[in-house]
Write a protein that binds this ligand. Structure first.
Ligand SMILES: Cc1cc2nc3c(=O)[nH]c(=O)nc-3n(C[C@H](O)[C@H](O)[C@H](O)COP(=O)(O)O)c2cc1C
Length: 220
């Protein structure tokens, strides 16, 4: 119940479910009944500011409790906000205060390792979910667990190469190229020569050439 993409919400799915608590309830109930594994939910702060102000997420919390979910992740932006502004962490704190039988996992704007620790301190959440931060810095999880863990440009190059090679092993070349372009744009932030590489990403259509270019960044 977090996805804001219009091709998802126009069919009533993703964050559009936040506009129809009875339908959301029916979906989650059916899932809990159908599977033996724990069912968890991820939600936004609401569809728009008015739903956020009315704190309708509280009704959802109660409903989730009654239906028997095993965990809830809250990304406290509304659907209307998309990725604008800041995630309102106070809403995560209020959900923790309300109390529930399941853990509350905070999400939104954890970009540096310290943000994850600050989120736990400020909200009391039981876990942290990381999205974009891990795309900018795949070592982020390690840095959260081991504060002070240093990441060198060489390590960033190595992990980018490893990822590219995995994509080439696992996918059709065309599909791998598409993902390499996407991931290459994120993973190379902060690598010396990375900006130039990103400019070339759109011009190249041979993934092997892109791999050679990443390798060449070692010498920049
Ligand atoms: C490339 C990308 C793909 C995402 N796909 C999903 C998804 O499939 N399901 C989901 O619940 N959230 C998805 N999200 C949203 C994130 O899980 C997360 O809620 C949001 O990015 C805010 O957290 P962040 O500030 O750590 O990025 C996606 C985000 C990005 C950037």
């Amino acid at each position: 119940m977090g996805c804001p993409a219009s091709n998802v919400t126009k069919g009533g799915a993703g964050s559009a479910l936040l506009r129809d608590i009875r339908l959301a309830e029916a979906c989650v109930k059916a899932m809990v009944k159908a599977v033996k594994i724990p069912v968890t939910v991820k939600m936004r702060a609401g569809w728009d500011a008015s739903q956020h102000q009315r704190e309708e997420y509280r009704d959802f919390l109660k409903m989730f409790e009654a239906v028997g979910i095993q965990g809830l992740t809250i990304h406290p932006r509304t659907r209307a906000q998309q990725y604008e502004g800041h995630a309102d962490w106070s809403l995560i704190a209020r959900a923790v205060e309300v109390g529930s039988s399941f853990p509350i996992i905070g999400n939104g704007d954890v970009i540096e390792a310290e943000d994850a620790h600050r989120m736990v301190r400020e909200t009391g959440c039981h876990g942290v979910m990381i999205g974009r931060g891990a795309l900018y810095n795949p070592f982020l999880f390690r840095q959260v667990m081991e504060p002070g863990f240093l990441v060198t440009p060489g390590m960033r190059i190595d992990i980018t190469l490893r990822f590219f090679r995995l994509l080439l092993d696992l996918l059709e070349e065309r599909e791998a190229l598409h993902k390499i372009k996407k991931i290459g744009a994120w993973f190379t932030k902060g690598i010396p020569g990375g900006a130039k590489f990103r400019q070339r990403l759109n011009e190249r259509n041979d993934p092997h050439e892109l791999i050679r270019e990443i390798e060449a960044l070692r010498n920049t």
